[in-house]
Design a protein around this ligand. Structure first.
Ligand code: EPU
Length: 332
């Protein structure tokens, strides 16, 4: 376990905000976390790769980060495998491991920034797949009393970018391990956008080709946080009613849309592009030129700078379409 006091978090958040925490604890085992919880300075913030956070200032409390980095096969049948993965494993290292070992289910989620623990909290998703489709159990430690608790997939209450860990039980449980159920039998999911075309171009739907295609599509649209600070999609795609959708379609017959539980999902990137914000800046914060869903730190932006831009974009989308965008990024 490493404990650092008055520690910079500049390399712990993908926006690259140079803010400090009173204390930063990297814990490597569940026993270390249980020990650290005794007398811990509150409030407590749990982070993974810091790829979905926007710090509004210094954090006057303790930041907890897991470095559990094991990947272990714990069960296997003819067609499925159960893999127990430490919360601190870099998400894409796990995807690469699955690709090499012939395990299907996470290949469409290649190159998503962040770590395994946070992927189970945020229910990350891309190209028609979501973490919830392959999560069997989330093994956690209760911050209040150090007890262990396993959550089944159903208990996690997963929905689009949502889970019980972001809602009812927010901030109460630290993820230690995630157990995934993966397929040994090929199960390519190529229905989303340009994916199938790119996979065919590479020679067909093998795990390696799907991974390579997803990485190529992402690279062409999404900025590398090491070069340009960002947190991926800043906003969630809104789900609107049929009536709201018809109103948009009347004025914009080309509006893209997808059926979703509870209504119709419209890409926030498209809505933002129509307001004219794509590629535009407000001070050191900007709407990324190739994907309007992403806000970037052009250098030296504070949390307040990014928030000012986000609030302006939200207001303009509201005024133009009557639709309220919510953020996928969590303000701290
Ligand atoms: N679009 C625009 N202008 C833009 C961006 C998008 O018109 O600036 C349109 C596109 O033309 C397309 C539609 O919006 O018709 C959807 O675009 P895209 O396929 O790029 O996906 P998205 O809805 O913008 C979502 C996820 C991404 C994920 C992609 C691919 C959310 C909030 N975002 O983006 O997730 O990679 O689908 O599956 O659901 C992330 O969460 O950090 C993330 C990058």
């Amino acid at each position: 376990m490493t404990i650092r006091d008055n520690c910079s978090l500049a390399d712990r958040n993908t926006f690259g905000m140079d803010i400090r925490a009173d204390s930063l604890i990297d814990w490597a085992t569940t026993d270390e976390l249980k020990n650290a919880l005794q007398g811990i300075k509150k409030p407590v913030l749990m982070i993974g790769g810091g790829s979905n956070l926007l710090f509004m200032g210094d954090f006057r409390g303790t930041v907890l980060h897991s470095t559990i980095s094991t990947i272990e096969i714990i069960g296997s049948t003819d067609d499925r495998v159960h893999v127990k993965v430490g919360a601190g494993v870099v998400w894409d290292d796990f995807v690469a491991w699955c690709t090499v070992n012939g395990f299907w289910g996470v290949e469409n989620l290649s190159a998503i920034p962040g770590e395994v623990g946070a992927s189970a909290v945020q229910n990350i998703g891309a190209y028609g797949a979501e973490a919830k489709d392959v999560i069997d159990t989330v093994q956690t430690i209760c911050l209040a009393d150090g007890s262990e608790r396993d959550f089944s997939n159903a208990e996690c209450r997963y929905a689009y970018r949502q889970s019980i860990f972001k809602n009812e039980l927010k901030g109460q449980y630290a993820v230690a391990y995630v157990i995934y159920s993966l397929s040994k039998v090929p199960q390519p999911k190529l229905g989303y956008g340009a994916l199938e075309q790119e996979v065919e171009r590479l020679g067909g739907p093998t795990l390696a080709n799907i991974r390579q295609a997803v990485i190529a599509i992402r690279d062409s649209k999404l900025p590398d946080p090491k070069v340009l600070g960002n947190a991926g999609s800043f906003f969630m795609n809104p789900v609107i009613s049929e009536a709201e959708f018809d109103a948009v379609k009347n004025s914009y017959p080309d509006v893209p849309s997808y059926p979703a539980p509870g209504g119709i999902k419209v890409p926030a990137g498209w809505l933002i592009e129509k307001t004219g914000w794509k590629g535009c800046s407000l001070g050191p914060a900007a709407v990324y030129e190739k994907q309007a869903l992403v806000l970037v730190n052009k250098g030296g932006a504070t949390g307040a700078d990014i928030k000012r831009l986000a609030d302006t974009v939200i207001a303009d989308v509201k005024e133009k379409f009557g639709i309220t965008l919510s953020t996928e990024v969590n303000y701290i």
